[in-house]
Design a protein around this ligand. Structure first.
Ligand SMILES: [Zn+2]
Length: 341
């Protein structure tokens, strides 16, 4: 174990970095209340030939960690595979949030509501601004890696504008279980990147606050496919299976009263209109409400927190692109069990 000495800079300058090996870079964004720098860790590798810059961001929400492992694993083999262009892994975008084990920045604000930030704004606004100005602006493409929020779990799904040819192809190459057509909304990093002309997709990788190999592995395969598509690495000889279920819209079901919630549908399962998806019990265990799917769709995410006040989230339901179209379940990410003889 002999960690490489990282470099410290106040702006990512790709041309200053060596070609053919991974650079470990800390980029200063702001300073804290003791006048110490708050820096963001980056992994950067450049190929021998010029080409696009693909950025991958993790932990914009400080408790969404699977993306960190995706970037670490990617960079284990990337230097020897690079042909052209540059890959920048922003290992942790929201450093204060990570330290606090929380989604938000350390002033309680959700960074993914305030991009592209404000140079002269509040603590979180300045941080978001500098993240964009000092790092993100240099990307030609962006993969923003997230997970579900506290108390919820997600399938492996991609949010992308499927009417935009570049982001639609990135979404399909990423090959998740589910693709949700979703034009970028104001304030998100994806939206700010798209405004800057950087095609961007959001990859939602399962659950918060965990490293989950079952979901990290297929996400990494998808990242490799995106990099190969843009010529940064050689395509893999084995073509990956590609059949994500595409939803053209989605919505959350909410409880209409408070109680103890039990959601009994599986992630990435198909439900039919009228199917029971959850029950709510009172303090004595009596069922006080049952929730049915108002439309047929696929379970993109769901609550796993039983303590459900009125208005608690229940199920994130994705709707298929054509009403009445025969529905199929997304692929399972479970590996086939090894045969025992
Ligand atoms: Zn997130």
């Amino acid at each position: 174990m002999n960690p490489r000495a990282p470099i410290h800079v106040d702006k990512l300058e790709i041309d200053m970095l060596p070609i053919g090996r991974a650079s470990h870079v800390w980029v200063e964004l702001v300073t804290d209340g003791l006048a110490q720098v708050i820096e963001v860790p980056l992994l950067v590798v450049r190929g021998k030939r010029p080409g696009p810059v693909v950025g991958i961001t993790a932990a914009v929400h400080g408790n969404e960690l699977n993306g960190i492992s995706v970037i670490h694993r990617l960079f284990e083999t990337l230097p020897s595979r690079m042909i052209s262009g540059t890959v920048v892994g922003v290992v942790v975008a929201n450093v204060p949030g990570l330290h606090h084990h929380q989604r938000e920045f350390d002033d309680g604000v959700d960074l993914n509501d305030i991009f592209p930030g404000n140079r002269a704004g509040s603590a979180s606004q300045v941080y978001a601004y500098q993240l964009v100005e000092r790092i993100i602006r240099q990307f030609d493409y962006l993969l923003d890696l997230h997970t579900a929020s506290f108390g919820r779990v997600n399938s492996l799904y991609v949010r992308a504008d499927m009417t935009h040819s570049e982001t639609a192809s990135m979404a399909r190459l990423q090959n998740p279980q589910i693709i949700l057509h979703n034009p970028p909304s104001d304030g998100t990093l994806r939206g700010a990147a798209m405004e800057l002309g950087i095609p961007a997709i959001t990859v939602e990788i399962a659950d918060p606050h965990r490293f989950q190999p079952k979901y990290i592995r297929p996400t990494l395969a998808g990242v490799h496919a995106v990099l190969a598509h843009h010529g940064l690495i050689k395509p893999r000889a084995v073509k990956q299976e590609s059949n994500p279920v595409v939803c053209d819209r989605s919505f959350w079901m909410y409880t209409d009263r408070g109680g103890l919630l039990n959601v009994h549908v599986d992630l990435a399962s198909v439900v039919k209109k009228g199917d029971s998806v959850a029950v709510l019990r009172n303090a004595f265990g009596e069922v006080i409400a049952e929730y049915q799917a108002p439309e047929s769709g696929v379970v993109i995410g769901k609550s796993v927190n039983p303590v459900a006040q009125t208005g608690a989230r229940v199920v994130h339901l994705g709707l298929f692109d054509q009403a009445g179209k025969p529905s199929r379940a997304p692929r399972s990410l479970d590996r086939p069990k090894k045969k025992t003889t």
